[in-house]
Ligand binder design. Structure first.
Ligand SMILES: [Zn+2]
Length: 144
């Protein structure tokens, strides 16, 4: 009987813990950084370099093997760091370009509409007014 209680408790706690951890983990994971996979890769390379250094120190690796592997890892690391820099440098530029495009779009539209439509002509009935008016003198509808 006691075992059942223990099992139920363990399952319950595990479930709660899983739910809690998941609920906590999901929000920060949502806005995934575009460099996240590179940061992960960087961490792995650093870890490999540390392991390599350790293995070399304890005499598991020959000097040549150590230098060769270290060079390979450092090259990969340089590539990953360059890629992170490239993405980070591009990000604000891309954001600015998008913002500029959005900002440029609204003024462009009214300019085209104004030049295309005669402000003195009613868009509803086509009557021409002697001066710009808010409402058409013929049909009473709003002059665009
Ligand atoms: Zn009208």
């Amino acid at each position: 009987m006691q075992l059942v209680i223990v099992v139920v408790l363990v399952v319950g706690v595990t479930t709660l813990f899983t739910l809690f951890v998941r609920a906590k983990d999901i929000p920060p994971a949502e806005p995934v950084s575009p460099t996240q996979h590179l940061e992960d890769r960087k961490a792995v390379i650093y870890e490999n370099l540390r392991d390599l250094q350790f293995e070399y120190r304890v005499g598991k690796l020959s000097d040549a093997d150590y230098q060769q592997t270290k060079l390979t890892l450092q090259k990969e690391l340089a590539g990953v760091l360059a890629e992170i820099d490239r993405i980070k440098a591009n990000q604000p530029v891309a954001g600015k370009t998008a913002a500029r495009a959005v900002a440029a779009a609204p003024p462009a539209k009214p300019v085209i509409e104004k030049s295309a439509a005669d402000p003195l002509q009613c868009p509803s009935c086509g009557a021409t007014m002697p001066k710009p008016m808010k409402f058409c003198g013929e049909c009473g509808k709003a002059m665009a």
